[in-house]
Unconditional design. Sequence first.
Length: 398
Amino acid sequence: MTLATEQPAPTLDQLLARIADIQPLLERNAAQGEADRRVVEESIAALTGVGAFKIAQPRRYGGYGLPVRAMLDVSAAVAEADGGTAWVVALSNVCAWLAGLFSPQAQDDVRGVNPDAKVSGVLSPTAETTKVDGGWRVTGRWYYNSGSWHADWAVLGLPLTDERGEVVDQGMALLPRTGLGFEDTWFVAGMRSSGSNCLIADDVFVPAHRVLSVPPAIGGTYANGDPAEEVFRAALVPVLTLVLAGPQLGLGRKALKLVREKASRKAISYTTYATQAESVAFQLQLAEAAMRIDTAHLHAYRAADDIDAASAAGTYPGVEVRARTRADTGWAVENITRAIDVLLSAHGAGSFAEVNPLQRIWRDSAVAARHAIVLPAVNYEVYGKALLGREDQITPLV
C-alpha cells in the first residue's frame, strides 16, 4: 500500500493563522449552512484546504498528528465563525483520531487510497451482530452522526457476539460510508449545520481487523501496536469528552467580542445611559462573562495538558485524573453557557433578532452543551465518586 509522503506538520500557530484567513468565508456561509442543515460545501473545501481536518490524522498518511490541545484550539477558532461548522471539525478530527487507534490494516483500509478521508462516528452500540467467519454481520441504526454528509467512513459502536449469539464484548467498528444507508433526521434548535443524521447498516459484513474492543481501549490498550506518534497513545475517554469543549470556547469568545464591540454605540433603553459602556451594571456583567470564559479555557487547557503530558511520557492517566477530565469538560461547558446567557442579557433583546449572530451562538452552545458525555452534573458525579474511591461508578466511560 502506497502511503502519503510524510511532510512536516505546520505549527499550531501556522494552522490557526490559516483558519483566521478563512473565518470571513465560514461566517458568511453560517446562515446558509443552518438553513440547509449541513455545512456549506465551500466551507468544507476551504477547511480541507487549510488542513483543519488533518489535526489527528497519522503523519504517515499526510496528517499532522498534533496533540489534543490543538484539537481544542482549531475547533475553537472555527467556532468564532460558526458553531455548527466547528462541531463538524471537532467530531471529524476526534473520529480520525479514533481510526488511528485501530489496526494498521484497518487504517490502510481507511486512508491507503484516500489519505484525506473524513470519518464520522457514534459509539453507542445500537446494533445487532452475528459472528461469522472472519468477522461479524451487522445491522443497526446510529443516530446523531455529526458531519454525516461529508464522511467517507464511520466508526460505530456495536455489541460483539460469539458463535452462540451471546454478547461477549462491546466494540467499535470502521465501516465505509458507501455501504451504509442514510436517514435525514437532524431537525433541531441549534447546531443545525452539524448534519448529525442517522447512518444505517443492513446485514453489512465487518471484518475482524476493523473492529476494536472497547473495554481494553478504556484502559489504554489499543489495536495500533506501539505508535510513534504520541497523540495515538492518549487516553480514550478523556479525549472523546474534552474535544467537545473546543467549539464552546470559540462560541464564548465570539459572543464576548460582539457584545464588547457594540457597548460603546448601543444605548440602554429606558435609562439615562447613552451607551452600555457607561453603565456599571453592564460593566459588571461583561466582567463576569469574561471571567467565566477565561475559567472555561483554564480548565479545558488543564485537562488537555494532562492528556498530552501522559501520552508524551508513555504513561496512561489513572482513574482520578481521567474522571477529572470529564469534570473539567463539564465545568468549561457550564461556564461558557452561563457566560453567554449573561452576555445576551447585557446586550439586550436585540440579541434575539434573526440577523444577530448572538442568537445562533446561544442556540448552538445550548444544544452542544446537552451532549450526554459533557453534561456537567453527570461529569461531576463521575469525578466525585472517583475522588472517594467508590465502587458504584455510574459509567465505564472514564
